[in-house]
Design a binder for this molecule. Structure first.
Ligand SMILES: CC(C)(COP(=O)(O)OP(=O)(O)OC[C@H]1O[C@@H](n2cnc3c(N)ncnc32)[C@H](O)[C@@H]1OP(=O)(O)O)[C@@H](O)C(=O)NCCC(=O)NCCS
Length: 162
C-alpha cells in the first residue's frame, strides 16, 4: 500500500542544516549537495512528510542554467525548472514516496511563471530513479557526458514538458 505524503515548504536558510543532514543520510558523502551550492542557487525545497515525520526532501533550482551538482557545468536550459534534489530516506523507500514526489513536482512546476518543462539529471547507473521518472510520465531527452564527478559518470536527462 503506497504511503500518502504531504509536502511542506522548507524554510530556507533557517532549515538548511536539517536539509543537509537528511541529504547526507540519503546520499552518503558521494552525491551530497554542498552547503555552498544550496546557498548559491535560487532554491525552492519541500519536505516529504509522512504522518508529520520527515521522510525525504525535494528541491528545484529556479535560476536558469543553475548547476545541479558540485562539479557540473550549468545545464543550459531556458524556460526549464531544474530538479536540484529528490530523495527519500532509506527507511521510507519502496513505498511510493519518490513516485508521488516526482508526480507532485511535475504538477506544481507548470505554475511557475515562464517555464515550459521540468528536467532532472540522473546518474546513468541510477536505474531506480530513471524508472521512477518514467513511471511519473517523464521522457528521456538525451545525455550529458561526464556530468557527474566522484565517480565520473554520464547523466541521463529526463524531461516532462508541460
Ligand atoms: C530514487 C528514490 C527517490 C526512489 O524513491 P522511493 O520512494 O523508494 O521510490 P518509489 O517507491 O516511489 O518507487 C517508484 C518506482 O521507482 C522504481 N524504483 C524505486 N526504487 C527502486 C529500486 N531500489 N530498484 C529498482 N527500481 C526502483 C520502481 O520502478 C518503482 O516502482 P514499483 O515499486 O512499482 O516497481 C530513492 O531510492 C532515493 O532517494 N534514492 C537515493 C537518492 C537518489 O538517487 N535520488 C534520485 C536522484 S535523481
Amino acid at each position: 500500500m503506497p504511503l500518502n505524503p504531504l509536502f511542506a515548504r522548507v524554510q530556507l536558510p533557517e532549515e538548511l542544516p536539517d536539509v543537509l543532514c537528511i541529504d547526507r543520510m540519503i546520499y552518503g558523502d558521494a552525491d551530497t549537495i554542498s552547503e555552498e551550492l544550496w546557498r548559491a542557487n535560487n532554491i525552492v525545497a519541500h519536505w516529504i512528510l509522512v504522518d508529520g515525520e520527515k521522510a525525504g526532501v525535494v528541491a528545484v533550482a529556479l535560476d536558469e542554467g543553475a548547476p545541479t551538482t558540485i562539479d557540473s557545468d550549468p545545464v543550459p536550459e531556458e524556460g526549464s525548472v531544474l530538479i536540484f534534489t529528490i530523495g527519500v530516506l532509506p527507511a521510507f523507500q519502496r513505498q511510493g514516496l519518490g513516485l508521488a514526489a516526482t508526480k507532485w513536482l511535475g504538477d506544481e512546476a507548470p505554475h511557475i511563471k515562464g517555464r515550459t518543462s521540468i528536467i532532472s539529471t540522473i546518474r546513468q547507473s541510477n536505474a531506480a530513479s530513471i524508472k521512477m521518472h518514467e513511471h511519473a510520465g517523464w521522457e528521456q531527452d538525451g545525455m550529458r557526458a561526464l556530468f557527474f564527478a566522484e565517480p565520473p559518470e554520464d547523466a541521463v536527462i529526463m524531461r516532462k514538458i508541460f
